[in-house]
Each structure stands twice: as C-alpha cells, then as structure tokens.
Design a protein around this ligand. Structure first.
Ligand code: 2PG
Ligand code: MN
Ligand code: MN
Length: 541
C-alpha cells in the first residue's frame, strides 16, 4: 500500500466511543404515499432521528455515483464504491460504453485473441444478462459486440442469456429476448451461424455472489457449458413456456433452459472456443469467472472444463486478477477511506450477512477482496438464508446487531460499518407486506444499536446506498405492477452524536451525494478530507 497520510482537524478533541456507520441497503426517501414501503412501515426510531439537526439527504443515483446519466438508478456497487472512496469514479456501465463507442475495446489484446480463436474454427460465446437495467449489464452493449462480430467475420456466435426481472420489470424478458433472437437470426447470413444457446433467471442461474450458493453457478455451467437443462427450440420459446406453466413465474427466478436442434444443444462450450462474460459488475460475475479460469476449483463438479479463452468485459477483482483476461480496464479506485484509516492506525470493523458482505468489504474498498491490513481490521460475515427473502424479511439483522453491540461494548474498534440488507433484498421481491417488515426490522435494529452506542459515547452515521423499498409498485390505469428494482430517490444521511466533546454542524452545500460520506466520517474521526475527496457534510462548530 502506498504511504497515505491524514491531517488532523484543528479544534477536534478525541472522544471515547466508536463511529458506527449503518448502511440501510435499499432504504431511500420516496414519495411518502402508499407505494413507499419506507413510509408505510412503522419506524419510530428512524422518524425521530430524521428530526435531528445533523440530517440531510444525499444523491445516490446517476452521475452522482459515476453512472452514464441521471436516468440510471443507483445500485450497491456504485453506492458502496462512492461511500468508501469519497470521490466519484466513472463506473463500469460508463467505461464499457466509452470503450465500445471509441472502438478501443477492439484494439486490445483480448479481442485479438478472440479473433484468433474464431479464425481457427472456435465459436464465440457471450454470457450475460439481457436487459437495459444497466446495473450488471446493458443489452445495447451486447448489440454493439454482435455487430462487430459480423464486421470481423466471426462465423459462429452463441449467446447464453440470463433473464433480469430485478433491475427491470418482473416479467419483461421477452421485450429484450424477442428482438435479440430476431437480430441473431438476421445476422445468420453469408455462412454465419448466430443464435441463443442457453439461459435462465439470474437468481437461479449463474449469477450467485459472495459464494452464497454455488449450486446457482453450477446450474448455469451445466446449461451454458455442458448443454444440460430443459430443451427448447429457442430462448423465447423457453420463456413463454415457463410463463404459461406457472403464471406466478417471474424472470429473475426462472429455471435454466438449453436451446436444442434435433435434440442436441446448439451451443455447448468446447475446447478452442472463446467466451466473453459481458456483465460489467463484479460481484455476480466472479464465481463464473473462477469456474472458467481456475485449475484448482471446488465450487462444484465441473464435469468438463473446456480449454477456452475466457474474458470478462472488465476485470472484476484487480488484486485477485479475476478474470485473468478482460476487455476494458476497470475504474482505478485508489486512496480509499479504508486505506487512509489503516495508514493512520485507526481500527475498523465491517460486518454484514453473505448477500451484502462484499458490499462493506470488496465494494467499500474499491473492488478489492480481502483485508487492507489484517492487524487493524476485522471483517465478519453472517451466513445468509438461501430462500427468497419475502419469506424471511428479518433476514440476519438480529445476528448482525448482536455482533455490533458486542463490538461496541468491547471498545476495540474505532470505526464500525455494517450493512442491513433487508430494505434491498426484500424490496427486490416486490411483496409489500414483506417489504414493510423488512424496513421495520431495520428500525428495530437501530433501536437496539443506538442505546449501546450512547453508553459508549460514540457517534452514529446512518445512511443508505440507494433506494428500493421506497417504491413497491407502480400504477397505470388503475393496475398495480410490482416494482422490484432500485429507485432514483435520494437517501437519508443522519449523524447522531452521543458525545458532547465536539460540536458539529451541517455545512450548507447543495448537490451532495454518497461520495461526500467518506470525508464526513473522517471529520467525525478528527481528520481533514484528503486531497480530491468530495467535501465533508459536517464541520466543527
Ligand atoms: O441484486 C443485485 O445484484 C443488485 C440488483 O441488480 O442489487 P444491489 O445493487 O443492491 O446489490
Ligand atoms: Mn444496495
Ligand atoms: Mn439491490
């Protein structure tokens, strides 16, 4: 790690307790109507906190978190990156767009290797999510890649497409798959053979994260690589059949499918092929990347590991080099808050449950896995349930809280950060009764943590990474549709100071967002914002 140094704040006095940052994942500030699950929940603790004097709202979407436009909702990756890095970095969605439009993507070594493979008779496979959610992928980026394949005279292309239904409407897959299959058909001229080969719903097939459930990746491996899964004539046929068989079926939970011709899978992945994973976001792309790249692998039994050239559209973990090959340089997130705190000798504790564990570690630290300094830090993961979270909306919040309370009492860590997954993970199910319980759970947890922190004479920082629970449905012509995606709403930012040693006040700035939080945490810990950081939201009175 480079030598970073922090400048002490003038007039600041040290105090006994810790600074505890609570990220209420997916708890945004909505329209305060019946569709707003945060408003509809009974949240006496949060309501009181919002009446305090160290309170403001923060932008958590679009350009404020490095996304291409303000039409882009926020998400955990960009949200936690901004929280942990204190600055706005151009994110995957934007970097890939730029590399595709400038053509730089096709100048690098990875695309050249793809061409070499295909010139030698290999098939090019694209694996990724087919939607315009712009959280993990964007179908327009795939379209540009496919057009380039035609230009570069690639003969055989297979697309393994994952259904979204989580960043877009719950049953919107055909809106993306119908034109895609048509496009592939139209491209299949002059000896070219392009088509869909396999797929499935993102929460059941391929896109697991943080090793919560390898069986999800195994199912994807079977469909994409081995051609094992229920067979259909086309991807659209598969999707329509699954809808017809179960009217309750939504895209994100759909089973896998394999496209077959004459009873044979059309797109198994074979030795000599090239594979591009076109999802730009890392958390749900790492496990599949490892399944392709790693010689020693114990995630599941791969049965057969083809000798392929595998590339991610970007590198998902720069330190661990996952994957080995990639098409676009990831954002170079440097000088994170974590690095500064370690170099100043400040102890840190990070905790969440599996589904968000990497958010408070890997994303928080600028997409780096593992400790920055094991002597000063402790990272704790509570194992998540393996169910859809509408069925257990309290999730592991109590277990996280128990550990946080113990840690505050123990007094060993000066900076504690935690993520309550409930508002987001339950928000993604779109079940209003469960969303309310999720938000109420978070409120109950705040009600447990704060008195302990008060006794320890610490400071609480309470915020969120983006909205989700704050919109449970949309209504058109009297018909309600579940809204399972994140929102573009701002998020609350609350500081509760239980120690009177320092007196803070909110600086009156407009246009503040998640990237202002890191400098604010530093203010609370007695340090000036490092050069280039977005300014602190607080100053000493
Ligand atoms: O579940 C996920 O992968 C995303 C939504 O695509 O949610 P979050 O950014 O909150 O992790
Ligand atoms: Mn989130
Ligand atoms: Mn989410």
């Amino acid at each position: 790690m480079s030598q970073l140094s922090l400048r002490p704040l003038a007039g600041y006095k040290s105090f006994p307790g810790p600074v505890v940052t609570v990220i209420m994942d997916g708890v945004g500030m909505g329209p305060k109507d019946e569709s707003d699950g945060v408003h509809m929940a009974y949240t006496p603790v949060l309501d009181t906190l919002l009446q305090g004097d160290l309170v403001c709202s923060l932008k958590a979407h679009g350009k404020a978190v490095g996304l291409p436009s303000d039409d882009d909702m926020g998400n955990s990756e960009v949200g936690h990156n901004a929280l942990g890095a204190g600055r706005i970095f151009a994110q995957g969605a934007k970097l890939v767009n730029e590399a595709l439009h400038s053509g730089n993507l096709f100048q690098g070594a990875a695309w050249k290797e793809v061409l070499k493979r295909t010139e030698n008779g290999g098939t090019l496979h694209f694996i990724g999510m087919i939607s315009d959610g712009n959280v993990h992928s964007h179908v327009e980026q795939l379209n540009i890649l496919l057009e380039r394949c035609v230009n570069d005279q690639i003969q055989k292309v297979r697309v393994h497409g994952l259904l979204d239904g989580r960043d877009v409407a719950p049953k919107s897959a055909l809106k993306y798959f119908v034109p895609l299959e048509e496009k592939l058909k139209a491209m299949s001229q002059d000896g070219r053979d392009y088509c869909m080969a396999s797929g499935g719903g993102r929460m059941n097939v391929t896109m697991d994260r943080y090793e919560a459930d390898w069986a999800i990746v195994e199912k994807g491996w079977q469909a994409h690589v081995l051609g094992v899964g229920r067979g259909f004539a086309s991807a659209c046929d598969a999707i329509q059949t699954y809808y017809d068989e179960d009217p309750e079926m939504t895209d994100q939970y759909m089973d896998s499918f394999v496209v077959e011709r004459n009873g044979t899978a059309v797109g198994c992945i074979e030795d000599g092929d090239a594979v591009i994973l076109f999802n730009f976001r890392g958390d749900r792309a790492i496990e599949l990347s490892k399944a392709f790249d790693d010689q020693d692998f114990d995630g599941f039994d791969r049965k057969r590991r083809p000798e392929v050239f595998f590339a991610g559209i970007m590198q998902y973990d720069g330190d661990a080099m996952v994957p080995k090959h990639y098409l676009v340089e990831p954002p170079a997130i440097d000088r994170t808050l974590g690095e500064y705190l370690c170099s100043a000798g400040v102890t840190s504790y990070a905790i969440s449950e599996t589904q968000k564990f990497g958010h408070v570690t890997y994303f928080w630290n600028g997409n780096k896995s593992g400790y920055l300094d094991e002597k000063l830090e402790k990272y704790v993961e509570i194992e998540s349930d393996r169910i859809t979270f509408d069925l257990r909306p309290w999730m592991k919040a109590s277990e996280i809280t128990d550990r946080v309370i113990d840690t505050i009492r123990e007094g060993k860590y000066k900076f504690i950060r935690l993520n309550y997954a409930n508002g987001d993970m339950v928000g993604h199910t779109g079940v209003p009764a469960s969303v309310r319980i999720a938000v109420e759970t978070v409120d109950l947890m705040l009600g447990r943590v704060l008195p302990v922190l008060k006794k320890a004479k610490g400071i609480a920082v309470i915020t969120a990474d983006h909205g989700n629970a704050d919109c449970m449905w949309t209504e058109k012509n009297g018909i309600k549709t579940a809204m399972v995606a994140h929102t573009k709403n701002p998020v609350p930012f609350i500081v509760k100071n239980f120690c009177s040693v320092n007196d803070f006040r909110v600086t009156n700035q407009t246009d503040v967002g998640l990237a202002n939080v890191a400098a604010t945490v530093l203010t609370l810990l007695g340090y000036a914002a490092p050069e280039g950081y977005n300014p602190s939201l607080l100053q000493i009175k």
